[in-house]
Design a protein around this ligand. Structure first.
Ligand SMILES: Nc1ncnc2c1ncn2[C@@H]1O[C@H](COP(=O)(O)OP(=O)(O)O)[C@@H](O)[C@H]1O
Ligand SMILES: [Mg+2]
Length: 228
């Protein structure tokens, strides 16, 4: 079986606002297999979040080829993409993307339900993530770090094939980030999940199979000590 989750070749994306255009992605090529994690680093504004949104179908690249789970993106309708986002592709957005009118435990149960899964499992995840005591609070009653952990629980509870994570430890203190990091690698090892993780956390990046840098619109192997 083909175990490639993502095959991207020459992806381009330009934001256009009236007369102004901001070219962001300019030939992004890479692939991701089941059971592998790729870290993406790169300066602020280099297009990392844009790339994740092309990979989950919320943005359509203007050029290039994208195959997701072996299927060409050109064959996927908006409904197909929505179904993938409900059941197979978990995106951890930078802002958490929680439903403000639902409590923490309802947010998590809702995501499991959308993916067609029984609601149990949420309590164990809340325990693992250290947010069990927030179960009955609403998102606006949480700290940034708690919201980020609820978003992680929402991603893991849907048992996706692919996790796209946008700075998943960016709002967490060191100790909490240390506690959250193994969850990615448990999912990767135990359920053969593939993960693309935008991160500036060196410990998270170094546990990934590869580190790529997004620079000048393209992905390159990340060089710890550039020679020039
Ligand atoms: N909706 C948008 N319209 C126009 N420009 C945008 C939009 N979203 C992001 N950008 C611009 O695209 C560039 C890349 O943004 P982004 O993907 O968020 O970068 P990163 O996640 O690496 O910080 C930035 O210059 C940003 O200002
Ligand atoms: Mg970003």
């Amino acid at each position: 079986m083909n175990d490639l989750l993502i095959e991207a070749s020459g992806l381009k994306h330009t934001y256009r606002n009236g007369a102004t255009s901001v070219p962001v992605l300019d030939g992004v090529s890479f692939s991701l297999r089941q059971g592998k994690a790729v870290a993406i680093v790169g300066p602020s504004g280099s297009g990392k979040s844009t790339l994740l949104n092309v990979l989950n179908g919320l943005l359509v690249a203007e050029a290039g080829e994208l195959r997701i789970f072996g299927q060409s993106s050109q064959q996927l309708s908006q409904n197909d993409w929505a179904e993938l986002r409900r059941t197979q592709i978990a995106t951890l957005f930078q802002d958490g993307n929680l439903i403000s009118t639902l409590t923490v435990s309802r947010n998590i149960a809702f995501r499991a339900g959308l993916a067609g899964l029984a609601e149990n499992g949420g309590a164990a995840l809340m325990d693992q993530l250290g947010i069990a005591d927030t179960a009955h609070r609403y998102p606006d009653q949480l700290s940034g770090g708690q919201r980020q952990r609820v978003a992680l629980a929402c991603a893991f509870v849907m048992q996706p094939k692919l996790i796209l994570a946008d700075e998943p430890t960016g709002s967490l203190d060191y100790a909490t980030a240390q506690r959250v990091t193994p969850l990615f690698f448990d999912a990767i090892r135990e359920r053969n999940v593939g993960a693309l993780i935008v991160t500036h956390n060196p410990e998270l990046a170094e546990r990934c199979d590869r580190i790529l840098e997004l620079r000048e619109g393209a992905l390159r192997p990340w060089d710890l000590a550039p020679s020039s």
